[in-house]
Write a protein that binds this ligand. Structure first.
Ligand SMILES: [Zn+2]
Length: 219
């Protein structure tokens, strides 16, 4: 393999991770609102992709127009809305929402939403001890699992001159990005903690099982 090919591969991996990061951090509704679409309480908006008079587009994590059948995820939305290629759409979202890709993870910086728009009125959520206890448990599981992935990264690290990266090494790198995101949620705002509990319960429990089974094998 010539060195040029290897670096292209690396770019592809970075691009893929950025795709994943953008989709995990920004949903279509958030992007649509930031880029000027008005979304009503039922999550409907005037479709920008056909001559729409009544809101016919449902916007949530994805978008779907019941009139013209326009449909897709946040990247498709931004690509079509601004007539960009998908990769340019990803770059635009990453820039506008301050998603910074780093080789060991990604994080959401201050978004334009936070900079330019009034803060949404936050619903008062009473946080009882059970909630905090659960978040602490999740955070511990995630940190344990992250340590495990870090150890995979070392054990399966490529030797210099290796042609191919070990699949476990690649898997660990990709997974660490995602686990970092979940750890960010666990240490984030109340809303982010709720997202972690509601949307990622099965992932976190699964990581707990994996860490436990590895621990049993070692001891
Ligand atoms: Zn439409």
């Amino acid at each position: 393999m010539v060195s040029g090919e290897r670096s292209t591969g690396q770019n592809d991996r970075v691009n893929m991770s950025l795709f994943q990061a953008v989709k995990e951090v920004v949903d279509t509704r958030e992007a649509a609102e930031v880029y000027g679409l008005e979304v009503n309480n039922s999550g409907m908006a005037i479709c920008p992709f056909h001559d729409d008079n009544n809101p016919s587009m449902k916007v949530d994590e994805r978008y779907h127009c019941f009139a013209c059948q326009a449909d897709g995820d946040v990247i498709d939305f931004v690509a079509n809305y601004f007539e960009l290629s998908k990769i340019d759409a990803v770059k635009k979202i990453a820039k506008d929402f301050g998603i910074e890709y780093q080789s060991v993870g990604y994080k959401k910086q201050k978004s334009i939403k936070q900079v330019n728009r009034p803060k949404p009125i936050r619903k008062e959520i009473s946080i009882d001890n059970e909630f905090n206890k659960c978040i602490r448990t999740y955070n511990n599981i995630l940190c344990d699992y992250r340590d495990l992935l870090e150890s995979y990264k070392i054990v399966f690290a490529p030797n210099c001159g290796d042609e191919e990266l070990h699949p476990m090494f690649v898997k660990a790198i990709k997974k660490i990005d995602f686990v970092d995101y979940l750890i960010d949620l666990a240490n984030g705002t109340t809303e982010e903690k709720i997202i972690l509990l509601m949307q990622y319960e099965s992932e976190v429990k699964n990581y707990g099982k994996i860490s436990d089974s590895i621990r049993q094998k070692i001891s």
